[in-house]
Write a new protein. Structure first.
Length: 288
């Protein structure tokens, strides 16, 4: 990891928590090649869902673009993907941040390790997040620190892969779903089979059923089916992608000539993870 890395915290909000609510930080892991409006919208949907239907209040949101070593087709260099995510957040959001830690790491990082990084930075290094506390007797407010819950934010296609063999290490699933949890935004072409979560199903011993209470399903009340794959295809064909992603990102893509040819996405050398079965190659094979 490079020396100039600084964990971004400048957009963490300081909410006045209602009684019984706990602070929550959402971590969106993905390729973001390129980032679309739907990726940003996922954070808004999850924040509403948390406020209305859970004991959590979102205090921060992070995009964590995957490392180049993930080698997913269509992945342009992490330098570009991080830049596009930063442009999107700067121009479109006042609370979503980009953490380049995973993208800049020497090797691919399984999602469990990425969430550990957020837990470490927010709850160990910072000692938690700031929240506003109201003294009911005096009516005065003060700011105090509380540990934040860290959760993964993903689309329903990702949670489906959690029951596919070879994509996730079992110990990672127990770690991600048991220790952290996730907000899952439904995706048009990835209907969730509820049997995945039922104790009586054949999946009852798997992590999805075991930690069902830590998995929050977020309905898309206004369906948006945009995907990075479609955006890349449109650009390659010379078609318009306006209103599918921020103009700042469209300008960046044009200036850097991204996605217009089948050029290899990155020339950076990638080393392999050795700690679990979740190697980039095994993940991509399992998902083909
Ligand atoms: N239209 C969508 N609805 C719900 N979730 C989505 C949608 N598009 C992306 N996501 C989710 O956003 C996260 C990050 O997306 P990522 O860039 O990895 O995938 P993607 O947009 O499907 O890209 P690609 O098309 O390159 O596979 C993933 O968890 C994915 O499930
Ligand atoms: N074993 C793992 O940790 C594992 C498996 C599959 C996807 N992921 C993550 O999910 C995110 C999205 O991946 P896809 O773009 O392949 O859906 C990426 O950040 C990737 O690292 C992690």
């Amino acid at each position: 990891m490079q020396d100039d890395y600084v964990f971004p915290t400048e957009r963490l909000v300081v909410p006045r928590l209602e009684p019984g609510k706990q602070p929550l930080v959402l971590v969106g892991c993905g390729s973001f090649s390129p980032i679309t409006f739907l990726h940003l919208r996922m954070f808004e949907m999850a924040r509403d869902h948390a406020r209305l239907h859970s004991c959590y209040e979102v205090v921060g949101g992070y995009l964590s673009p995957v490392n180049d070593a993930y080698k997913k087709p269509g992945l342009v260099s992490a330098v570009h993907r991080v830049s596009m995510c930063e442009l999107a957040c700067q121009s479109m959001s006042d609370w979503i941040m980009v953490d380049p830690f995973e993208a800049r790491h020497d090797t691919y990082l399984p999602t469990a390790r990425v969430l550990d990084h957020f837990e470490h930075e927010i709850n160990t290094v910072k000692g938690g997040v700031e929240i506003e506390v109201l003294d009911p007797e005096t009516g005065e407010t003060s700011v105090e620190r509380r540990k934040a819950r860290i959760m993964l934010l993903a689309g329903s296609d990702l949670i489906q892969t959690m029951s596919e063999p070879g994509v996730w290490a079992q110990q990672d699933l127990h770690h991600i779903l048991g220790l952290y949890g996730c907000f899952i935004v439904e995706r048009a072409d990835s209907e969730i089979d509820q049997a995945l979560f039922k104790d009586s199903s054949v999946h009852s011993r798997n992590a999805l059923a075991l930690y069902r209470r830590n998995i929050f399903m977020v309905q898309q009340l206004v369906r948006n089916d945009v995907s990075s794959t479609k955006v890349r295809l449109f650009i390659k064909r010379g078609m318009s992608v306006r209103y599918l992603l921020p103009n700042t990102v469209i300008d960046y893509i044009r200036q850097n000539g991204l996605y217009s040819s089948d050029r290899a996405p990155s020339s950076e050398p990638a080393s392999r993870p050795t700690t679990s079965s979740s190697t980039p190659d095994s993940l991509q094979k399992a998902r083909r």
